[in-house]
Design a protein around this ligand. Structure first.
Ligand SMILES: *Cc1c(COP(=O)(O)O)cnc(C)c1O
Length: 403
């Protein structure tokens, strides 16, 4: 089949793009997309090479769990492939409501609203609840979707250094007479370092300074707390966090995001959260898979147990080999390499050796803290993890990262 590509119209636009791309290349930050052939699994074929996959967020292996696949297929048979409408017009099926009820019960909150993604849940919620007369106090390493939501809200943003509770307190003290609403916001687990947010201390500050407390549990959903209820459950802080965001795209194995909290807040978001109002609802297969994921979390505790068992083994071995794994406390373990170029080289040489661990450089992380980020899952076997560790040892020595 022949394919005709037309030349783009604006030469100056193309030249500007080319300039930006060359800068990325010069900094060693230009990346080609890695292409997966087949399912997202612990060992899979990427760019034609069989590799141990340490880069997915598929913490519990649910992307390919038989119960999720079966539910997705049944929902397609019964309801088709798309909903053809946004939630607020004709796109709410009874299963969308059931999923929200199930998630609220799971999170021990009054209510829950499901969004198309964790990204839209964060961005849509922050921008809906705050306006230009309000104030945001945000951790420096919060996720891009929180930052975008903050910007869309037009509220001033005060950033405190990562997990620096004293600085957050100082900002709150300086702004204690601020007339508008105040939002204190943190990730539950930080996506590049794998450390856990200072929730107990921040909740205390929120109570003292009358702030709305919001936690983004994207990397804690299905990972931390009883049956994977998240960081609020992990710390026993039920009732102290106004807004809990979670994702259905990572450990849940499917796609979506949700906000759990009071009935009144969820009703408000139904009326004001723009991605909920203006973007089509989840297709039936996704809803079916998410409902089945909840069943699995509640009935098959072995996956979370295995995830943590694998995490402990992999972390201990990386540390024993002498790698700098930063402040991680969760299945996300960075292997810090220094400059971006070194992190990308580590990633590339691991890949050539059969291990996929994505390199991450500036500006996603600090200039001298470029890394490969590893995420073990419940479905990695001990043999696969040990094979990956042998590869880290070999390549790490070759590059002088360990001796
Ligand atoms: C991945 C991620 C999101 C976005 O979730 P999606 O469901 O993939 O859109 C939000 N917050 C954090 C911290 C994340 O890591």
């Amino acid at each position: 089949m022949s394919q005709v590509t037309t030349k783009n119209g604006s030469a100056s636009f193309e030249a500007a793009l080319e300039k930006e791309l060359s800068e990325l290349r010069a900094q060693g930050l230009y990346r080609k997309l890695r292409v997966l052939d087949g399912a997202q699994e612990a060992e899979c074929v990427i760019d034609g090479r069989r590799v141990i996959n340490l880069s997915s967020n598929n913490y519990l292996g649910l992307t390919t769990h038989p119960r999720l696949k079966k539910a997705a297929l049944e929902f397609v048979q019964r309801e088709g492939v798309g909903t053809g409408s946004v939630r607020t017009i004709a796109g709410t099926n009874k299963e969308h409501m059931e999923l929200e009820r199930r998630l609220a019960a799971f999170k021990h909150t009054e209510a829950c609203v499901v969004f198309q993604s964790g990204f839209t849940a964060n961005a849509g919620t922050v921008s809906a609840i705050l306006g230009k007369d309000d104030l945001i106090i945000s951790d420096a390493l919060n996720h891009a979707s929180i930052i975008d939501g903050c910007r869309l809200s037009r509220a001033p943003i005060k950033v405190f250094a990562h997990k620096n509770v004293e600085e957050a307190k100082q900002i709150l003290e300086e702004n204690k007479n601020h007339p508008g609403k105040k939002l204190l916001i943190t990730d539950g687990v930080f996506s590049m370092d794998g450390d856990i947010g200072a929730l107990p201390e921040l909740c205390e500050l929120a109570r003292h300074y009358d702030c709305i407390m919001m936690v983004d549990d994207a990397h804690s959903s299905g990972v931390l707390g009883k049956d994977g209820r998240g960081s609020v459950d992990h710390f026993g802080l039920h009732g102290k966090v106004d807004i809990q965001v979670g994702t259905l795209s990572k450990a849940f194995g499917a796609l979506g995001g949700y906000v759990a909290g009071s009935q009144r807040m969820i009703e408000y978001l139904y009326h004001r959260a723009r991605p909920f109002l203006f973007s089509t609802s989840h297709p039936p297969a996704v809803v079916g898979a998410c409902l089945a994921a909840l069943d699995v979390l509640e009935q098959e505790p072995q996956w979370i147990a295995q995830l943590w068992e694998n995490t402990r083994h992999f972390k201990a071995e990386l540390a024993r080999l002498g790698f700098d794994t930063g402040a991680s406390e969760t299945p996300i373990t960075p292997v810090i390499a220094g400059e971006s170029r070194m992190a990308m080289q580590l990633s590339d040489e691991l890949f050539a050796d059969g291990v996929f661990a994505q390199g991450i450089g500036f500006p996603t992380v600090a200039r001298d803290k470029a890394r490969v980020r590893t995420i073990v899952t419940a479905t990695h076997t001990r043999e696969q993890l040990d094979r990956a560790l042998a590869s880290f040892e070999k390549v790490g020595k070759r590059l002088g990262l360990i001796s």
